[in-house]
Design a protein around this ligand. Structure first.
Ligand SMILES: Nc1nc2c(ncn2[C@@H]2O[C@H](COP(=O)(O)OP(=O)(O)OP(=O)(O)O)[C@@H](O)[C@H]2O)c(=O)[nH]1
Ligand SMILES: [Mg+2]
Length: 614
């Protein structure tokens, strides 16, 4: 029996390899409208029109076979059969962006020079057509010596033809090799080939050109970017409210229902105080997370994010990073873990290390519940003029605080520990596109699912453990349950350390389980107060926001927010940092400096707020 043949997708970044991979194999690899999305190889099964199943591999985009970054190295190794534990691919599918042909043909020639059976997927022909480019695939096939199949990955066009060409490629000898060409000669050849293949070209990208002039303008572009961010944060508060209220009401009803149906017992308390109050307090934030990601996904798909990265390049260069760090840092707004993994597309090791070290300061979505619950309780829902809500403004300020902190730390690091020359930034601008509804829906569903899964697993478990620690040993009549509990005792110890920055014992208590996941800070406060309220008369547990207002002062609340801007409250981030930096040195450094920063920021916030009489 012969082994299953392997087919690998190669090409420049943003050519649509992952989109093609998804279309062929039915996988759901992340695709996005900027270069450097795929940083690892991924495999799936694809059945050729001949009925033969093959193993299809999606690779990170590359500009050449001499790797300049870890993700390019993966590609180069896989293609050459040097990747450990992986057989060399039998057929290469070279994916080209038809609307950017000249550039993409440079790498294509380098791959073809390997002399492997190859097929070219001339992808994104729809965009080329829209831009008024009519291409002749036959001319290109003639020049390259391999079949050229026009495709539109996202509309599944040309897939059958591509499958047939792949099936045939394995049995045919590769065409005339384009060997012996140097980089400059390849560029000249690419220019000639692209021109030969273009049948007609009209100037229809005028609109896009003028849009670029505005969005990439050093000042106007920046103003537009700030305005967009601002709208996003306003929307996170304003639009989520009705949905959050609905979820809150449902959870309240569940709580009352459980209270009424279940007989009075420890189990009932565990369910109402631990599971419903705790996990429920986090679930309320689902609408906000979905809204935030709807914006992020739409901005990514439209091609705007890459423009923002380009704009940021100047600022990044000033702090000693390059625009290349922008995408990893941007991903860190979802979660630092994919963000840190995305740094694999940064070629300079010191650039990369600096980016990893500052990534946790980007406000990840796990902080959103913490921020919003405190803001909701302590910041009045007033309008500061021009329809700008104060709550959204404070949220914006917290995100900004993380960014400013990251900039300062990068500045210092690049002049000391990770000193080195800033590397240049090459990034082609992706085309503007209307976000596709289906992609958006899938992306949003994935984010929502991640959030719900966290609530159902880690947040649930930590909350239950905390509830147990809060309920044992049992308090004697007249004593406060939280005071005598194991959790209360542990928190008393920690409270000594955080007292100087204005934190009370409950806040200290919330910090420990939040190391597992930041949202747990909210669920543990909810559970603590539910347990605390539970031992009085069987009063209706007040909403978490009201509890906080009754128990904390404004300076305390602000200090808590400041803490969460900086504190490395998440073990998984530390673990990923260890993996990506191959050792404990940098994660230890990260932990140390972030805790120090959090402590200082919370302390300064507290004492300034107290001095200001807040
Ligand atoms: N209009 C159109 N858009 C496409 C086509 N193929 C891909 N796209 C879009 O192009 C963008 C890039 O696609 P990806 O599949 O992420 O590109 P990639 O080659 O995997 O990029 P890297 O992983 O960064 O190397 C995405 O926004 C896709 O939706 C196509 O044929 N037509
Ligand atoms: Mg990809």
């Amino acid at each position: 029996m012969s082994r299953q043949r392997k087919v690998a997708l190669v090409g420049n970044p943003n050519a649509g390899k992952s989109a093609l991979f998804n279309a062929l194999t039915g996988a759901r690899q992340k695709i996005a409208n900027y270069p450097g999305v795929t940083v690892e190889r991924k495999s799936g099964r694809f059945v050729l029109p001949t009925g033969e199943p093959v193993e299809m591999t999606d690779l990170p985009g590359a500009y050449g076979l001499d790797p300049t970054s870890p993700d390019e190295e993966v590609t180069s190794k896989v293609i050459r059969g040097a990747f450990e534990g992986e057989a060399i691919p039998d057929v290469l599918v070279i994916v080209l962006d038809a609307s950017n042909l000249e550039q993409h043909l440079v790498f294509a020639q380098e791959v073809l020079a390997l002399g492997k059976p190859s097929v070219v997927a001339l992808n994104m022909v729809d965009l080329a057509e829209r831009d008024g480019l009519v291409l002749d695939a036959a001319v290109l096939a003639e020049e390259l010596g391999v079949p050229v199949i026009p495709t539109v990955a996202v509309r599944r066009r040309g897939l059958a033809e591509l499958g047939e060409a792949i099936a045939a490629a394995g049995t045919r000898h590769p065409g005339p090799g384009l060997t012996d060409l140097g980089p400059t000669e390849r560029r000249v050849a690419a220019h000639a080939m692209a021109h030969a293949a273009i049948l007609s070209e009209s100037r229809q990208h005028r609109l896009h050109a003028s849009l670029d002039r505005l969005l990439l303008h050093p000042w106007a572009g920046f103003a537009v970017m700030l305005a967009i961010l601002f709208v996003v944060f306003q929307a996170v508060f304003a639009w989520a409210t009705p949905f959050a209220d609905g979820i809150e009401a449902t959870i309240g009803a569940l709580h009352d229902g459980a209270q009424a149906i279940l007989p009075e017992s420890m189990l009932r308390d565990l369910i109402t105080e631990g599971v419903i109050a705790g996990v429920g307090s986090v679930l309320v934030f689902l609408p906000q997370i979905v809204i935030l990601f709807a914006f992020i996904l739409a901005l990514e798909a439209s091609g705007y994010m890459a423009r923002a990265a380009f704009l940021m390049d100047r600022l990044m260069a000033f702090v000693g990073l390059s625009g290349r760090s922008f995408i990893p840092l941007l991903s860190s707004f979802a979660c630092a873990i994919p963000g840190i993994m995305a740094t694999r597309s940064i070629s300079d090791p010191k650039d990369r290390l600096t980016t990893i070290l500052i990534a946790p300061m980007m406000t990840c979505s796990a902080r959103l519940p913490v921020y919003t619950v405190i803001i909701g309780a302590f910041i009045p829902n007033t309008d500061v003029g021009l329809g700008i809500g104060l709550q959204g403004l404070v949220l914006f300020a917290l995100f900004l605080a993380g960014i400013v902190g990251a900039i300062l730390v990068a500045l210092i690091l690049r002049r000391s520990m990770t000193k080195g020359a800033a590397s240049g930034f090459i990034m082609e601008m992706p085309k503007y596109q209307m976000p596709r509804l289906k992609d958006m829906a899938i992306g949003l569903w994935q984010r929502a699912w991640i959030f719900l899964r966290r609530a159902g697993t880690i947040i649930f478990m930590v909350t239950v453990v905390l509830w147990l620690l809060l309920n044992f040993p049992k308090a004697a009549p007249g004593e406060s349950q939280v005071d005598v509990s194991i959790a209360g005792r542990i928190a008393d110890g920690l409270a000594v350390v955080v007292k100087p920055i204005g934190f009370n014992r409950d806040m200290a208590l919330a910090l420990i389980p939040a190391m597992a996941a930041r949202e747990v800070a909210v669920s543990s406060l909810a559970t603590t107060y539910a347990v605390d309220a539970g031992d009085g008369e069987d009063e209706q547990a007040a909403e978490l926001g009201d509890q906080l207002k009754a128990r904390w002062t404004l300076p305390m609340a602000l200090a808590f927010l400041a803490w969460f801007v900086f504190a490395p409250q998440c073990m998984s981030t530390i673990a990923v940092t260890r993996r990506e930096t191959n050792g404990w040195k940098w994660p230890a450094f990260m932990l140390g400096y972030l805790f120090a920063l959090a402590y200082l920021a919370a302390g300064a916030t507290y004492w300034i707020a107290v001095a200001a009489g807040l």
